[in-house]
Ligand binder design. Structure first.
Ligand SMILES: *Cc1c(COP(=O)(O)O)cnc(C)c1O
Length: 402
């Protein structure tokens, strides 16, 4: 019986030039913005400029984490304690965590069979007079129809904050994910498309949003030492009314990110090669459903999701256990007890009672999720799909019935 022996959690090493640059930062002792030399931009300032240029946005703030970026993004656009914020019911814990941190309340929106936010449900909920914000997660890299989504939000005067943790490098009809909303957030946490351990970005074209974000991040009035920042006047208005929630990225992490950013597009193509091989393999198995992905969507296949729509929870539990025994650990969002993830909205109990979301529950109940790290090659992905197909046959039968 074949098993797969590589780790799904092993990332590639940091590029050597990043390691060299990180050592140079340590040798200088100038790890953060406070003691940078006049006229010598820091690694963090350069990274912010480079990421803003990559995205085609005017401004960028490098942050301590993606969750931190989300939290201050909401505050920069004016979310007040008690405000309601629309958000995907299918997302990751930092998203409701950021809403909670801003003192706001989530209004969860249903999920489609293709794992995107349900635009019919969004339309219904956006029509309420009580909501003015959407924190949109492009969860697991699946882009909703962005034309229709933006149209709904414009008609209902909903401000969009994009969570691009899984869409760094993706686009919709050639327009980069992260350039649709008023402000966008990215993560450079280990499992995302750039790896600094923990870290993130906030991007925007809006002077006021960026000035506030910089003050929130703890600039100690050193806000002129930013390259991807609005003019001084933008700060004059808000610098005394914006508190400090320290959270800007330091130079060490920026040093290891800069060479990664330079090869981001190459990496995205490598992910998509792995995704294509894996999706081809899985699509051969009757009873396994892959999401339909619109032609307008250019995604980054750093993970893959599929569902087993005809299977009972007991059959899926056996399928997951058998895959795991053969070295293919899948995440199953339908498990009664969340293991190794927090993407089920009913595990965010600090938010108070959660509404019933039958569509999201139905979709998550049969959905499986698997990471595709770049330490795999195409042969690995073929072996993985063979194992999944074998196990499916063994547990669920070739016709896909229970
Ligand atoms: C990773 C992630 C974030 C940000 O997480 P951090 O660990 O705080 O950087 C936000 N949203 C989603 C959907 C994520 O997966």
């Amino acid at each position: 019986m074949t098993t797969f022996n590589k780790s799904f959690t092993q990332q590639e090493p940091i590029p050597e030039d990043g390691i060299e640059q990180a050592i140079a930062v340590m040798r200088s002792g100038r790890l953060h913005r406070y003691n940078s030399l006049a006229g010598e931009p820091t690694e963090t300032e350069l990274l912010e400029r480079e990421f803003a240029d990559y995205l085609g946005s005017r401004y960028c703030l490098a942050c301590a984490s993606g969750g931190y970026a989300l939290h201050i993004a909401m505050r920069t656009v004016g979310v007040q304690p008690g405000d309601k914020v629309l958000c995907n019911a299918f997302t990751l814990a930092p998203v409701p965590g950021a809403i909670h941190n801003a003192g706001a309340l989530p209004v969860l929106v249903e999920t489609t069979d293709d794992f995107t936010i349900d635009l019919d449900d969004l339309e219904r909920k956006a029509a309420s007079d009580e909501v003015h914000y959407l924190l949109l997660s492009h969860m697991r890299g699946h882009l909703a129809d962005m034309d229709r989504l933006m149209d709904i939000c414009e008609r209902h005067h909903i401000m969009v904050i994009e969570d691009c943790a899984h869409t760094m490098g993706a686009n919709w009809k050639g327009r980069k994910s992260g350039t649709f909303g008023r402000v966008a957030c990215f993560s450079t946490q280990t499992y995302k498309h750039l790896n600094s351990g923990e870290g993130g970005f906030l991007t925007t074209n809006d002077d006021d949003v960026m000035a506030r974000a910089i003050i929130y991040s703890g600039s100690y009035m050193l806000y002129e030492r930013h390259l991807a920042a609005p003019p001084k006047e933008a700060f004059a208005r808000i610098r005394f009314e914006t508190p400090n929630y320290s959270g800007r990225m330091d130079n060490l992490r920026a040093a290891i990110l800069r060479p990664q950013l330079a090869s981001l597009d190459v990496q995205c193509r490598r992910w998509n090669d792995l995704y294509r091989v894996t999706a081809e393999g899985l699509s051969q198995v009757a009873g396994i459903r892959l999401p339909t992905r619109p032609a307008a969507e250019s995604f980054v296949g750093s993970s893959i999701q599929f569902s087993l729509p005809q299977q009972s929870p007991a059959a899926i539990a056996r399928f997951i256990a058998r895959c795991e025994a053969r070295g293919v650990p899948l995440k199953w969002f339908g498990d009664a007890d969340p293991k190794g993830y927090t993407s089920r909205y009913d595990s965010w109990q600090y938010m108070g009672p959660m509404p019933d979301l039958p569509e999201t529950q139905r979709v998550l109940a049969t959905m499986c999720d698997m990471r595709l790290p770049l330490t795999f090659d195409e042969a690995d992905c073929r072996l993985i799909t063979r194992i999944i197909a074998d196990v499916f046959e063994e547990v669920c039968g070739s016709s896909g019935h229970q």
